[in-house]
Design a protein around this ligand. Structure first.
Ligand code: 5GP
Ligand code: MN
Length: 322
């Protein structure tokens, strides 16, 4: 951390980026560090390839852009909440050409990319690491930065329910509340408001639930047809897997999301995002890594081109080994 602080003191133009299809931690850590470095007089660009509309309530969310001015000579890239560089999306190779790349992350499967890094898989969230960095740099935390960090910790711990909920999460959040964060307002924006499409998608996805014969693995399927029918998109599917995980006796929950329908029926191949959750005992990051993805012990994911039939066969076979 000291080397990063020393380096940042002399940097001028900084591009900060987090992962595609961002969650609250990807957005929170990006905003918190970007806003804080701006206060030091740095030129900062906060980049995310995907839509950040679900987090419209966060102060300065409009600072996050999906393109940048090619004429700016960035000396530094800071990559947040990404297990590998490719998680930043299509601009990954362009970002990698920035002279100094700093990797700040808490994923178990982080590849250790970059010139400087803080990778701490015991941290609840990347936002927790960003909090420590901002504090150590002596940058005062205002309400906007506090709200961003709180949102990152709150969402990545599943509102303090998941196994990554640690003492630091509570300690930091207590301080953030004293700075002006109003927990019930953030909880309302994250969990208390849904589009009609979101609820209709929940209905269809609950209907799709299947359980392996031994009762140890649950599977939920969201097809692109279901997104179309309900007028929803992948921004609406973030919490669905927790229902699959909550079924009694389940060790591993799987959410199969069809991102792009490249074929006509379940026999033709499509692009899928697979989310995996474990109730302890099974390392799902290991399973995701074998498909080129990654994540944490209890929450991981990967993208794959396959058929629904092949994917289901794979997971039912996996269930037998649990
Ligand atoms: P989700 O299933 O909600 O997309 O992701 C669960 C966890 O796995 C998150 O921490 C996320 O960053 C990570 N993850 C999801 N997809 C990928 C992937 O394709 N590659 C890597 N390295 N991590 C992923
Ligand atoms: Mn995270």
């Amino acid at each position: 951390m000291d080397r990063i602080i020393q380096y940042l003191e002399s940097s001028k133009n900084i591009l900060l980026a987090s992962h595609v299809h961002p969650d609250g931690d990807a957005i929170g850590s990006l905003l918190a560090l970007g806003l804080s470095l701006s206060k030091l007089g740095k030129f900062t660009t906060l980049y995310n390839e995907s839509s950040v509309d679900s987090y419209h309530f966060l102060p300065y969310i409009k600072r996050i852009v999906d393109h940048w001015d090619e004429s700016v000579n960035y000396d530094t890239a800071i990559i947040l909440d990404c297990g590998n560089m490719e998680r930043t999306g299509e601009a990954a190779s362009k970002i990698a050409r920035i002279p100094v790349v700093i990797n700040i992350d808490h994923h178990l499967t982080n590849t250790g990319f970059g010139d400087l890094k803080i990778v701490d898989s015991s941290a609840s969230s990347s936002s927790e690491i960003v909090y420590r960095l901002i504090k150590k740099m002596g940058i005062p935390i205002d309400k906007a930065v506090a709200t961003a960090i709180y949102t990152g910790i709150f969402t990545d711990t599943g509102s303090f329910r998941f196994s990554n909920t640690n003492q630091a999460a509570f300690g930091i959040c207590e301080e953030l509340v004293s700075i002006g964060v109003v927990p019930h307002q953030i909880a309302y924006h994250i969990y208390g408001t849904h589009s009609l499409g979101h609820l209709k998608l929940l209905n269809l996805s609950l209907d799709s639930l299947e359980i392996s014969q031994n009762g140890l693995l649950s599977m939920m399927i969201v097809t692109s047809d279901m997104f179309d029918k309900t007028g929803s998109d992948s921004n609406d599917s973030g919490e669905l897997i927790n229902f699959a995980k909550s079924i009694n006796g389940i060790k591993v929950a799987v959410l199969i999301q069809e991102l792009q329908n490249t074929g006509e029926n379940s026999k033709s191949s499509s692009q899928f995002h697979i989310s995996l959750r474990s109730n302890g005992g099974v390392d799902v990051a290991d399973i995701a890594s074998s498909f080129g993805g990654g994540g944490h012990f209890a929450a991981a994911g990967f993208d794959v081109e396959s058929t629904l039939t092949d994917l289901k066969d794979y997971f039912y076979k996996l269930a037998k080994s649990l």
